[in-house]
Design a protein around this ligand. Structure first.
Ligand SMILES: [Zn+2]
Length: 320
């Protein structure tokens, strides 16, 4: 989900000169102060990443087909098993606890898959797999909101397993209880990540995290990833640089605003974090948290754009 507080549309302001005078173009004199030519930028010859977007889309379809997957539901349990079935042979851990909410107690289970690297430090990719509790009887299936984030992480696991990374450790976290059970607030939301951030603060994990990125609502066929002002600016810039290298930059950061999502508990503890989210789902975000959040609104191309961009961002982080 991700709650939107303030969204400023980027407006283009055209300059009017206000006179009939022809424009004057000032050409600065050529100044050459260097005695040696500048070194060319370091060429990055690494192959571009390429996820299997058809497979990621199929995962989204299968996850969505479970129906509503709110905390404590039978479909939620089925989805837990589905995720674990796809992580066989991987190093998997649980962060399971009981959340005390205004709607009662719920079991919450963050699922963590760890892929080792050669460098000290961890890159964490998160995405929530629960769907909205208050919409449990509304026909809501969360293809984009819950489905796309679950699926892209499963595809990342396919890309990461089988070889020790030449770079940082990468941890994938399917987060639970991201959604509010009644009305979004600091205490009714982000149940899973608030617990995980506290746990990782106590056990020293947070200090090892080089970057943390949240995937949320990344399947919209009309993909516009928002520039979230709660995120860490240098990490957003790095994601943009990765998108540029792949030629995807037109899908990033046309809008800017403050978004509340699973990254916040980590942002508050000083972890470099970015929310990767498209909160313009249908005109004026009309499909968000409605029964219209269905597969026909999504595109494998969007999963590919985000999927490849974040893998490239991991590559850029490895180089730093
Ligand atoms: Zn949501």
């Amino acid at each position: 989900m991700g709650l939107l507080y303030l969204f400023g549309l980027v407006t283009l302001v055209s300059c009017s000169r206000g006179t009939d005078a022809p424009p004057t173009i000032v050409v600065p004199p050529h100044v050459e102060t260097r005695t040696t030519p500048p070194a060319p930028p370091a060429a990055d010859s690494a192959p571009l990443p390429h996820i299997d977007s058809k497979r990621a889309f199929q995962y989204t379809r299968e996850v969505t087909a479970f129906g509503s997957r709110y905390m404590g539901s039978e479909n939620h349990k089925k989805l837990e098993r589905y995720i674990l079935d796809h992580l066989q042979g991987d190093q998997v851990e649980d962060d399971a606890f009981t959340a005390d909410t205004v709607e009662g107690k719920f079991p919450v289970r963050n699922i963590i898959a760890k892929f080792p690297g050669t460098r000290d430090g961890i890159i964490v990719i998160l995405g929530h797999y629960d769907t909205v509790y208050p919409l449990r009887n509304s026909g809501f299936v969360g293809a984009n909101d819950g489905g796309s984030s679950t699926a892209i992480l499963l595809e990342y696991a396919n890309q990461l397993r089988g070889k020790k990374r030449d770079g940082y450790n990468v941890w994938l976290v399917w987060t639970d209880g991201e959604e509010a059970v009644k009305t979004w607030s600091d205490t009714d939301s982000l149940y899973g990540t608030r617990h995980l951030a506290e746990k990782w603060e106590k056990d020293g994990t947070l200090k090892k995290i080089k970057a943390l990125m949240v995937m949320d609502m990344i399947g919209d066929a009309d993909l516009n990833i928002d520039r979230d002002t709660n995120s860490t600016p240098w990490l957003l810039d790095l994601i943009y640089a990765a998108a540029e290298r792949l030629g995807y930059q037109s899908h990033f950061y046309a809008r800017e605003g403050a978004i509340e999502d699973d990254h916040l508990p980590f942002v508050k503890r000083g972890v470099p974090s970015a929310d990767v989210i498209d909160l313009d789902y249908g005109y004026n975000n009309v499909f968000h948290h409605t029964a219209q959040d269905t597969m026909d609104k999504l595109s494998p191309k969007s999963l590919e754009i985000v999927g490849n961009t974040i893998l490239e961002t991991i590559h850029l982080l490895d180089q730093r």
